[in-house]
Design a protein around this ligand. Structure first.
Ligand SMILES: Nc1ncnc2c1ncn2[C@@H]1O[C@H](COP(=O)(O)OP(=O)(O)O)[C@@H](O)[C@H]1O
Ligand SMILES: [Mg+2]
Length: 271
């Protein structure tokens, strides 16, 4: 491969299910890949939704998924990485249902149960520009592993729901605990999902996020039926409808990440 990259490992996390983690990982990966960055998606959710969306195989057919990677010898790492996905410049370590068991096993047998993923991803540092980790909807060991391995994290919050902020303070407390083993973990901000500035609930959630977490990503993802359509068709939002408003917002999110993380933006599409 080419020159050494300053790999950014980004955990997309919120233990609240259905708030847009997987949609964010998939479409951010798609946009970064389209810009020419090398991206690896790590699907750490037993539901494997990101894998179902972008993978060319069914997660049940994959021999070395994240679950096996966590349990196995590090020599097996190359078997876990699948370069063929439905997205350009995006590779994938699949999620699988067995991640639940892998989580229990880690708890029982690993010397440092929260740091197993970090160890396993270490050899990949320098090979990718971005490693995006899709987290499960819980604050247990898999999420701890994601946060311990990450350089950065972001929190999608569903701003169209009155319960959108529920549990976020628990999440921030959990992050504080992980910072004892990963002191450089940097917060990128909260990403408001299904946001509509005309709705009172969205305004209230936006204000609550600002007050309770203090850092908002300056991009708002609107509600769009295209999100489900794209997932069903195994396409990115760009490939489904490059002119849709939601596609433009994911492009703005990718541009924000590139500038926030201090990367140079002159990478060509398709290079
Ligand atoms: N901006 C959006 N507009 C409409 N539907 C969305 C949007 N974001 C997510 N969804 C839908 O909401 C559901 C949950 O989103 P998902 O990204 O899977 O959340 P999580 O990974 O946090 O559980 C999915 O069915 C997804 O298609
Ligand atoms: Mg998900």
């Amino acid at each position: 491969m080419s020159t050494e990259k300053a790999t950014k490992i980004i955990a997309v996390t919120n233990h609240k299910g259905g708030c847009g983690k997987t949609t964010t990982v998939v479409n951010l990966a798609a946009e970064l890949g389209r810009l020419g960055w090398q991206v690896l998606v790590v699907d750490l959710d037993p539901q494997a939704n990101a894998s179902l969306h972008i993978g060319k195989k069914h997660p049940s057919e994959v021999k070395v998924s994240c679950a096996e990677l966590l349990a196995l010898d590090i020599a097996k790492l190359p078997l876990a990485i699948h370069d063929e996905t439905h997205l350009e410049n995006v590779s994938l370590i699949y999620g699988s249902l067995t991640l639940g068991k892998a989580e229990d096993d880690l708890k029982e047998s690993a010397p440092r149960p929260s740091e197993e993923l970090k160890t396993k991803l270490e050899p990949l540092i320098g090979l990718y520009d971005f490693i995006l980790i899709d987290c499960p909807p819980s604050l247990k060991l898999l999420t701890s592993n994601a946060l311990a391995a990450a350089t950065h994290f972001m929190i999608p919050v569903e701003s169209g729901s009155q319960y959108g902020m529920y549990g976020v303070t628990d999440l921030m407390r959990h992050v504080d605990k992980i910072r004892r083993i990963n002191p450089n973990l940097t917060f990128l901000g909260t990403l408001l999902i299904r946001h509509d500035e005309r709705q009172t609930v969205c305004k209230l959630i936006e204000n609550a996020a600002q007050e309770q977490i203090g850092k908002l990503i300056p991009v708002r993802i609107p509600t769009s039926t295209k999100v489900n359509q794209a997932a069903m068709a195994q396409l990115s939002l760009f490939d489904l409808d490059k002119n849709a408003r939601i596609t433009k917002e994911f492009q703005r999110l990718a541009a924000f990440m590139v500038s926030e993380l201090g990367l140079k933006q002159e990478v060509k599409h398709g290079s």
